[in-house]
Unconditional design. Structure first.
Length: 319
């Protein structure tokens, strides 16, 4: 029992560190892509992470990589690459805190994409979380638009597209793991695939509009930022999530992982130039509550029924 508690605590710490890393990535990426092409940064980030993962798990990759795991990894990699393409594009126009919260809405979208693709009808708590999320997004976007500039609304809308791809990523991971695909092989293939897709995207969409000096004259500080995004926000965070979820319950994981958006906002406010109004905080709170309802499956109808049943089973004393 004592060992189980220690492992559970270790899992919680790993998940917390992963969400802290992801939360910090929004501000660091925003600052980096102001000087260096965004798609180039993401490409280098994932290529490097793929190489490191390939070296660490070389024996497993060499002996176990097959057509099925390669195919699944490529599908997952293309999906994640599209998510990063849209997320990085949106981040050019919006703020790190907006980008973080809009990205995190994937957990609300996921049940509805499952309904569309897998014919799994969403529950009442999914509908409630979606309604709260839409209201929160409206507050964040429209009131944040007035505070930060006209491009913020465009950036928020673009970033919502990235949440769709992250939802698809979750669906694919669940499906591939049910088919017995090794998660490490998925991760290695995904990293290389994302690096390739983002590298091509940089050559097609960014290089024609900038000269090579943007990538040949990268400063030491910018390389340090790219290194942090690679080692901490990609490699470490992904591994921490994989092993952290081994020792925690689904509810525990859900609570911690939804904190990514909160940490993203906190880093942006503390270390960036961003400030928050009361209305923006209200919008963030609505989105966060919607994510908690979705992840923890807080069904209001069941809670209401339980409350009524407890009243009828324990009638008030007539004395």
């Amino acid at each position: 029992m004592e060992k189980t508690k220690k492992l559970n605590l270790l899992g919680l710490i790993l998940l917390l560190l992963a969400t802290l890393a992801w939360g910090s990535s929004f501000l660091i990426l925003k600052q980096t892509i102001e000087q260096v092409p965004g798609f180039f940064v993401i490409s280098i980030r994932f290529f490097a992470a793929g190489i490191i993962m390939g070296v660490i798990f070389f024996k497993r990759v060499k002996t176990s990589l097959n057509k099925k795991s390669l195919t699944h990894g490529v599908i997952l990699g293309v999906t994640v690459a599209l998510a990063y393409l849209v997320q990085t594009w949106g981040l050019k126009f919006t703020t790190p805190s907006h980008n973080a919260f809009m990205t995190a809405t994937y957990c609300v979208m996921c049940p509805f994409l499952c309904w569309l693709l897998l014919k799994r009808k969403p529950k009442s708590y999914n509908v409630l979380s979606a309604i709260l999320c839409i209201i929160g997004i409206g507050v964040i976007s429209f009131y944040g638009n007035a505070e930060h500039g006209t491009n913020v609304l465009l950036g928020d809308i673009i970033t919502l597209g990235c949440a769709v791809f992250y939802s698809l990523q979750i669906i694919f991971i669940e499906s591939f793991q049910e088919k017995g695909t090794d998660p490490i092989l998925l991760l290695v293939t995904e990293f290389f695939c994302v690096g390739i897709v983002l590298g091509i995207s940089w050559a097609v969409f960014e290089l024609p509009y900038s000269d090579m000096s943007a990538v040949t004259n990268i400063s030491l500080d910018q390389w340090l930022s790219i290194g942090y995004l690679t080692l901490v926000c990609t490699l470490f965070a992904q591994m921490a999530q994989i092993y952290g979820q081994r020792y925690t319950t689904a509810n525990q994981s859900a609570i911690i992982l939804t904190m990514e958006a909160v940490f993203g906002t906190a880093f942006s406010v503390i270390f960036g130039d961003e400030s928050l109004s009361v209305l923006i905080i209200v919008g963030f709170a609505l989105v966060f509550v919607s994510m908690m309802i979705s992840e923890l499956r807080l069904d209001p109808l069941k809670l209401f029924k339980r409350k009524n049943q407890s009243k009828t089973s324990n009638p008030p004393n007539s004395d």
